[in-house]
Design a protein around this ligand. Sequence first.
Ligand code: PLP
Length: 410
Amino acid sequence: QGEGSSMRQFKKSSKLDNVLYDIRGPVLDEAYRMEDQGIHVLKLNIGNPAPFGFRTPDEVVKDMQDQLTECEGYSNSRGLFTARKAIMQYDQLKGIPNVDVEDIYTGNGASELIQLAMNAFMDEGDEILVPSPDYPLWTACATLAGGTAVHYICDEQANWYPDIDDIKSKVTPRTKGIVVINPNNPTGALYPREVLQEIVDVAREHQLVIFADEIYDRLVMDGKKHVSIASLAPDLFCITFNGLSKSHMVAGYRIGWMSLSGNKRIAKDLIDGINMLSNMRLCSNVPAQSIVQTCLGGIQRSQNLLVPGGRIYDQREYVYDRLSHMDGVTVTKPEAAFYIFPRLDPEKFHITDDDQLALDLLKDKHVLVTAGKGFNWETPGYFRIVYLPRKHTLHEAMDALEDFLSYYHQ
Ligand code: PLP
């Protein structure tokens, strides 16, 4: 009894039929199986700083502890006033125009708000331009919301910047919005103002809403400055997503936000929808909201990690140097975040299936990377490395990868 074929079977909702979210998929399951068997896996797969010894600043933990007893109830559905006021000021410093406290929504990570925004925005048949490669949550949420994610190419030959001609060629009468992930996951690219300006010009010409995912904006290297795309588009409606997961190493606390900016008059009805969905989830995790003011107003400790002698900077230098000396590997130097997206030369490697590549590397060498396909990137032979682990682990992983590539054939 119980397993019988006469029992009613429960299938997943057909809404999920075309939804892909592979970065936590089958290769990771295999890694967990191996770990259960006592095998030590070198994990270069998830952008979660805390397990690699990047500690949350003490003052942040203390601040949350002190405020915990005040955080027992629901907050305003958009979030605590103090948090939103601090975010508003941060947006002003970034030149994001026309943001009031009422235009800011906190969420359980930016993730919750990406889903919320896509649900409020997309209708059956609507199209939204999403980068390829992308952080796959965007494609998954647009699809789950009933819309269609149309991918525009980011060009490896041009530092992985968005290909403006490709964007233009993908616009149709059904296109309603464009997603810009800057700094980018998985490429680590940081877009210059001129590229952003060209994207704004396309958005202006076709009256698109801009969705700007800027969660890595405080993790920028080489003396570069991050430009918020919303600051270049005061006449358009923009939603900018950000949070503390990466900049303050508190991914587990779950705190992010989105800010509506620019021309809000054209989006009155959409904002009504956003408000309703925000009210429906009551509010985001209140203890995590309570640290926003301290985090944004305090010393930006992550800055020390991003200069020579700092861990993230030095680890990038190391991984980039190793990869660029490997036979048959091409790689673009990332300028932000903590990801690098190398390519295996198709003349040498004939890769047809990224997942198989990642699985073979895992089984042979116990090194876990994420296949390019997981980022909606069609060309095989790419994978993403997270260079957060300490140098000795990266050293071990790079030696293992180099050895693997010396014999690997698919
Ligand atoms: N956006 C990008 C580009 C990311 O890489 C991530 C996490 O890796 C997120 C959003 C989600 O961040 P969170 O939900 O922790 O705020």
